[in-house]
Write a protein that binds this ligand. Structure first.
Ligand SMILES: [Zn+2]
Length: 395
């Protein structure tokens, strides 16, 4: 069996200049669609020498075809994105386009469809045994729905890849696990009535926090009842509380469901240094997540594709995804961050406060801890009450 981990390169995205044009015409830098983020995240595995490691196979993304996009997306939405991708139009607004988060800019349809092609290829490559597992830092655009762009997401790569997988492998069971700090609403909705695609999302839930969905009570409908699992977490949730939810709820459901293929939307934005969110995870939890997910997947000889998702502090996102990459490939991280990469991050104006792969330890203060613990307990208990019976699990 192959031991190769496929890593989808960001070079094609970096070679285009649409994001530079976007930057020139905007008052503020788009938190997602900007060069610094792409460059800093992609350069870390490259400058660490990981892309030359024999266990990692570098793959290029390709634009998804029109037919592939139509596996999920509405025809007039795809046509609008294609036609007005460079100019914007009166039609854009009805599809959630031309907003601050999902702006129309030069070649936007290419920026959106390259990750889709990459994630489809990753899925087919892994499912056919060409790769042991795969990761694409660009991917996991979980807010995109059939006909709406939202939250930096235009096209839902993972939904399309899951649908493709199901087409090629009828009867197989898929698990979509989303650890991005935002609820995986678009992906959940796409499979809300499907018992063969279990979606599990752990996310922050607080007043006014995007996208506002992801309550435990959203458990699916019809045959899919019980196959949408939501674990909403309060601001300031730390490693210990997060891991408690993962172990108490995610692991037993996973073991009982026995998925054949797993998609993991990593999302680096649950890390404590993320500027758009309020969870307090450290790199340790990402490392623990990838080791645990790898173990759960590969013990049963199952398949795994990981996608990057959000992450708005480029230095953090780069480190999170590189940690996940090395864990999936089962290789060591370099002992310290490459000096060349630190200089690159600094050139873009980012601070790299530590030379290694860890965080400064932080302890939750005594005032907040009981409140956070209580809210996490509530979420765990509610999931046990609503979901566990569907999987024959005891509360
Ligand atoms: Zn996010």
């Amino acid at each position: 069996m192959t031991e190769l981990t496929a890593l989808y390169s960001l070079e094609k995205l970096l070679a285009m200049d649409g994001i530079d044009e976007l930057d020139k015409m905007s008052a503020e830098v788009n938190p997602f669609w900007n060069r610094a983020r792409l460059d800093v995240t992609w350069s870390l595995p490259v400058m660490s020498g990981l892309t030359k490691n024999s266990r990692i196979s570098i793959q290029q993304m390709r634009e998804a075809s029109r037919n592939e996009l139509l596996v999920f997306h509405d025809k007039s939405y795809v046509e609008t994105l294609d036609l007005f991708g460079n100019t914007g139009s009166a039609f854009s607004a009805r599809f959630g386009l031309d907003t601050a988060e999902c702006p129309i800019f030069q070649d936007v349809h290419k920026y959106a469809s390259l990750p889709v092609g990459g994630v489809i290829d990753a899925t087919i490559g892994v499912s056919e045994g060409k790769f042991k597992n795969a990761i694409s830092f660009a991917g996991g655009f979980h807010h995109a729905t059939e006909s709406q762009a939202a939250g930096f997401c235009y096209l839902n790569d993972t939904v399309i890849a899951i649908k493709k997988f199901k087409e090629l492998n009828p009867g197989k069971k898929v698990l979509y696990i989303d650890t991005d700090v935002h609820h995986g609403d678009g992906t959940q909705m796409a499979f809300y009535d499907d018992p063969d695609v279990l979606t599990i999302s752990l996310h922050e839930m607080s007043m006014g926090f995007f996208p506002g969905t992801g309550r435990v009570e959203e458990i699916g409908i019809g045959e899919g009842k019980g196959y949408s699992v939501n674990i909403p977490l309060p601001p300031l949730t730390d490693d210990v509380e997060y891991w408690r939810a993962f172990e108490d709820v995610v692991v037993p459901i996973w073991l009982s469901y026995k998925p054949d293929f797993v998609f993991w939307e990593v999302g680096a934005d649950a890390h404590m240094d993320d500027p758009l969110a309020d969870l307090m995870l450290t790199y340790d939890t990402y490392h623990r997540l990838s080791m645990t997910i790898r173990q759960l997947v590969h013990l049963g000889n199952r398949k795994l594709v990981a996608v990057g998702g959000g992450g708005y502090d480029p230095v953090t996102a780069a480190k999170v995804w590189t940690i996940v990459l090395t864990d999936l490939a089962d290789i060591a991280l370099p002992p310290i961050l490459p000096a060349e990469w630190i200089r690159l991050a600094q050139k873009y104006g980012f601070k790299v406060s530590r030379g290694g792969w860890t965080d400064r330890p932080r302890r939750m203060d005594d005032e907040n801890h009981p409140k956070v613990k209580r809210a996490v307990d509530d979420a765990i208990n509610k999931v046990k009450e609503l979901i566990f019976p569907v999987f024959g699990l005891e509360k």
